[in-house]
Design a protein around this ligand. Sequence first.
Ligand code: ADP
Ligand code: MG
Length: 244
Amino acid sequence: MPDLVIENLTKAFNLLKAIDDVSLTVADGEFVTLLGPSGCGKSTTLGAIAGLDRADIGRIRLGNQVFFDGAESRFMPPEKRDIGLVFQSYALWPHMTVRKNLEYPLKLRKVPAKERDSRIDEVLDLVEMAPYADRYPFALSGGQQQRVALARTLVYRPRLLLLDEPLSNLDAKLRERARIWLRNIQSRVNVTTVYVTHDQIEALALSDRIAVMSKGKIVQLAPPRVVYDNPATEFVADFIGSAN
Ligand code: ADP
Ligand code: MG
């Protein structure tokens, strides 16, 4: 079942088309990765889905919610979109413990107090951070902070998860471990996910499907195995090949 539907999305900065006629459908519960070199338009696409940025042309909808329709000048403000967003700089609130960091988005969404604790415990368990609930962010490693940032997004159960290079601040070894638990978590919560990375290995390891981007366009959209074995263009072959 299609969940997120993006049609003919275009966004220019001055004369440069950062994204150029991007269409993409993500199924319910699917994990799709936007993969490509720096500057190819991944973050601009994600920003348009999140509503941080407004595209010029095209349509975006999630289920029956219209996020954006250029022709009809419809634009749903980001806070109304049922999404969870995690960036590479996973800024936790430094003056709040892990538990308070997770409680805050629940308070914002008016989740009743008696339900909050059980939800927080559930996601802390999920990201294996339960023992750290009362710590402040400064007393956590980068990888742990990153897991808390993900938990803070999952705790309010968004319909759509948007992740922009969430592992890129971690060192190589930690990144490899993080890939494994990220994949585990996604398969357990089964939330529709759009993941952004310039790291081929990460994309191959995590995704149900990969959208390879170049110069604002999707040049191939296929499962990892197909992208790897049958790259659609020389660009894709080079980019995937450079993983080794
Ligand atoms: P990626 O995330 O794949 O590295 P981006 O989506 O951030 O790429 O950027 C795509 C292109 O759009 C790049 O050429 C970038 O310089 C340009 N761009 C992105 N955001 C802005 C902006 N706010 N103003 C001007 N140009 C931008
Ligand atoms: Mg980017």
